[in-house]
Design a protein around this ligand. Structure first.
Ligand code: PNW
Length: 465
């Protein structure tokens, strides 16, 4: 196998999420989710609810093997309780369309769109929400379980808990460290309970999806082996516990990190963690989905107050570094993908991994003769090289899904962010392939990168705002 080609059977595809593409927010009995309440943007998004045949066709033309989509909880259970058959019918049609196109469906059950009725009843800080999630998983599993290849339960519990209930920049916009930690635990519990429900229904493969960011100091961005002062090492370890180990350790080892428990206890107590919860959370799963975008760069800085997205981070400064960045301002450090895969392979029990999201937003220039998104091609190519190196070193990565198929509704950032391989004109809903889409199709065709790298302009720092 050449250094540019991937293992046989490696799975190539894309990921999307319901709220970001579907639109049709009141069609066929769908109920309101916390994102309908929270978002001030137009809700049509890509109108995928009506245009899914065209979107599946695009993926087929791009020769994708797999598609990870999310199910909208409030299409299926509009108020969190009663089943809406018309909502289930949509996913039934979608899955059949995918299978007819030769694309393997990966269904993700929670991509942040909690039923507003369940938020009103307490939301994720309430333990009851985890049980309602398991009921929902059972309903969807029963309807689609004969055709869905892999089930993902929750997407990025860190984002749902700490941006939704900690910093409040995501729905439902609450700002409480205690609520953030209890939400994180209940999201993990929801994963475990849903996995049990799906297994009982005979589901094939089950996994959770976590966003993992290697944590490092500014000096380590260019030289990861750079030794750290005691203060910086402590800062790195604390953020690593909050961002990564808070989720990896319960899921894969059945325990919270010892250095995190006092941080949780100070903010939220420990009463919400019941005996037996960690055994449920750590039930064996078949695949761990990893979303990787960027490292977290920090250093010790005694006067610094805690960042509300990282309660317990007082004395730590989040740094900007002089690397190329995406339009979001996220640093582009492809080697971090090798680093994090190597680390998970070393420190956690053997489990199959899948990159369930990786991608970037840039300011795409749309011209009459196409969308020449060289920065996106470079970004994905460099990350695929890092991924290929990690696989050569033994990381058990079974597939790679680009975030994302379509330019879409990027949460609190609205429509200005462009993460798609496919451009969407939101006035007309016209889809146009960007150069990156055709480039990715060639990667899929040859199951890897070209041996030699064509000369392309280097990544440039794009000023977003
Ligand atoms: C992921 N962070 O979100 C999501 O899964 C997608 O829905 C989203 O569109 C994509 O990344 C791009 O943002 C994240 O602050 C949001 O570290 C925020 C963070 C990470 C991931």
């Amino acid at each position: 196998m050449s250094t540019a080609s991937f293992p046989q059977g490696f799975v190539w595809g894309v990921s999307t999420s319901a709220f970001q593409i579907e639109g049709a927010t009141s069609a066929d009995g769908r109920g309101p989710s916390i994102w309908d309440t929270f978002s001030s943007d137009r809700a049509e998004a890509c109108d995928h609810y009506h245009r899914y045949p065209e979107d599946v066709r695009l993926m087929k033309d791009l020769e994708m093997a797999a598609y990870r989509f999310s199910v909208s909880w409030t299409r299926v259970l509009p108020d969190g309780g009663k089943v809406n058959p018309a909502g289930l019918d949509f996913y039934d049609r979608l899955v059949d369309e995918l299978l007819a196109a030769g694309i393997t469906p990966y269904a993700n059950l929670y991509h942040w769109d909690l039923p507003q009725a369940l938020e009103d009843a307490g939301g994720w800080p309430s333990r009851e929400t985890a049980h309602r999630f398991a009921d929902y998983a059972a309903v969807v599993g029963e309807r689609l379980g004969d055709r869905v290849d892999t089930w993902f339960t929750v997407n990025e519990p860190w984002v749902a808990a700490f941006l939704g209930y900690g910093s409040g920049i995501h729905a439902p916009g609450r700002k409480s460290a205690a609520d953030a930690f209890t939400s994180a635990h209940h999201l993990l519990l929801a994963h475990g309970l849903a996995a049990e429900a799906l297994r009982a229904g005979g589901a094939a493969k089950i996994g959770a999806v976590v966003n993992i960011s290697p944590v490092m100091t500014p000096a380590q961005v260019s030289d990861f082996d750079r030794p750290l002062s005691e203060e910086d090492a402590e800062a790195v370890a604390r953020i690593d516990a909050l961002a990564n180990r808070q989720f990896l350790d319960p899921l894969l080892r059945g325990e919270y990190p010892a250095d995190l428990l006092p941080v949780i206890e100070r903010a939220a107590g420990l009463d919400h963690i019941h005996d037996g919860d960690l055994a449920v959370i750590a039930r064996p799963m078949d695949v761990l989905g990893i979303n990787y975008y960027a490292p977290l760069v920090v250093q010790a800085q005694p006067s610094e107050p805690a960042d509300p997205a990282f309660p317990g981070s007082e004395g730590i400064l989040f740094c900007t570094v002089p690397t190329a960045v995406t339009a979001m301002g996220w640093p582009i450090v492809p080697n971090c993908l090798s680093l994090l895969l190597g680390r998970i392979s070393r420190e956690y029990p053997a489990i199959d991994l899948m990159i369930t999201e990786n991608g970037a937003d840039f300011v795409d220039v749309v011209t009459g003769d196409g969308i020449h998104d060289v920065d996106r091609i470079n970004f994905i190519e460099e990350h695929l090289r890092a991924l290929r190196a990690a696989i050569a070193d033994g990381a058990r990565v079974r597939g790679y899904l680009v975030w994302t198929l379509l330019d879409n509704l990027e949460w609190s950032d609205g429509y200005q962010r462009k993460f798609g391989l496919v451009h969407v004109d939101f006035a007309t809903q016209r889809r146009r392939l960007k150069d990156s889409a055709l480039w990715y199709r060639d990667v899929i065709r040859r199951n890897g990168l070209a041996d030699t790298r064509p000369k392309r302009p280097t990544l440039e720092t794009v000023a977003a705002r």
